[in-house]
Design a protein around this ligand. Sequence first.
Ligand SMILES: Nc1ncnc2c1ncn2[C@@H]1O[C@H](COP(=O)(O)OP(=O)(O)OP(=O)(O)O)[C@@H](O)[C@H]1O
Ligand SMILES: [Mg+2]
Length: 324
Amino acid sequence: MSHLPVLEVCNLQVAFTEHKRSISVLRGLSYSLEKGRVLAVVGESGSGKTIHAMSLLSLLPPTAHVTGGEIRYQGTNLLSLSARELRQVRGAKIAMIFQDPSASLNPVLTIGEQLIETLRAHQKMSKQEARQQAIKLLEKVGIPDAEKRLAEYPFQFSGGMCQRVMIAMALSLKPDILIADEPTTALDVTIQAQILRLIKDLQQETGMTVIFITHNLALAAEIADEVLVLYAGLCMEKSPVKALFDQPLHPYTQGLLASLVSVQHKTEKLAAITGNPPVAGEVFSGCPFAPRCPRALEKCRQQLPPLFEKEGNRQVRCFLEGSK
Ligand SMILES: Nc1ncnc2c1ncn2[C@@H]1O[C@H](COP(=O)(O)OP(=O)(O)OP(=O)(O)O)[C@@H](O)[C@H]1O
Ligand SMILES: [Mg+2]
């Protein structure tokens, strides 16, 4: 296996402009991802998970822009590509599935029309070839009676089945990287587990790289090789999955894990992290987690800790760990 990373995100900064004010939402995110790895990006609502995914595909809303950094896909900085070059990357090299599959499908076209159109937009093939390919793809994602279901419309599919179709579409162009943004959040728990299993199986079969975005650490534990904990647009901790669960280093990760354990054991009192994350636009000079941190030092309120490198390929943004 080549050890050249398939994706390198270097000091990525994204801001929104509102009433002529620039509001930072990603404050210098860096990570590199080797081919075939599964990275889970975990964080509370508003931490910047989706904005990070959208910036990888240059699909940011019009009021948002990348204000610094690089996104290197196989060595090429995606931020320097023309719109035309980007279209060749999007979908074919880096594909994405979203939280609400029914909103991503066109309600007035059949499932078959949408799949066939996607296939033919990027690859030279006849309608008949594309149709055969579409049937194979639906079978692959576990849709029974695939041939018959090609003629059906999205409303005739359940939420779980729609998500399977979205996965089929994402896989149709054999992308190197699949970004899955909360792909199971809109589904009930049993279906969630099936979709997670499907993504995992397909990842192992194709060897693609996956960026799995979730607010749920338990899902990250199921699927990821590595976990990146995002907080207020900053990486707080990045670690191989097992080490993170065995010994979380950052007080925020420790709090997230404690909440997870108390939910699983149905203890009466949820060991939740008190307080709220900073709101967009809030200016802070120290660690953004300091106001909620049970172990914060005076220094933590004044100075932003850097990401300290730790043994076992881990990184943590915490002065308590930096001094060890
Ligand atoms: N269109 C927008 N205009 C202004 N601010 C936005 C917009 N979209 C997102 N933001 C802000 O950017 C920050 C990051 O949002 P993002 O959607 O990436 O969060 P997230 O981690 O994906 O949250 P969730 O778990 O709710 O999906 C938030 O503070 C949010 O308020
Ligand atoms: Mg989101």
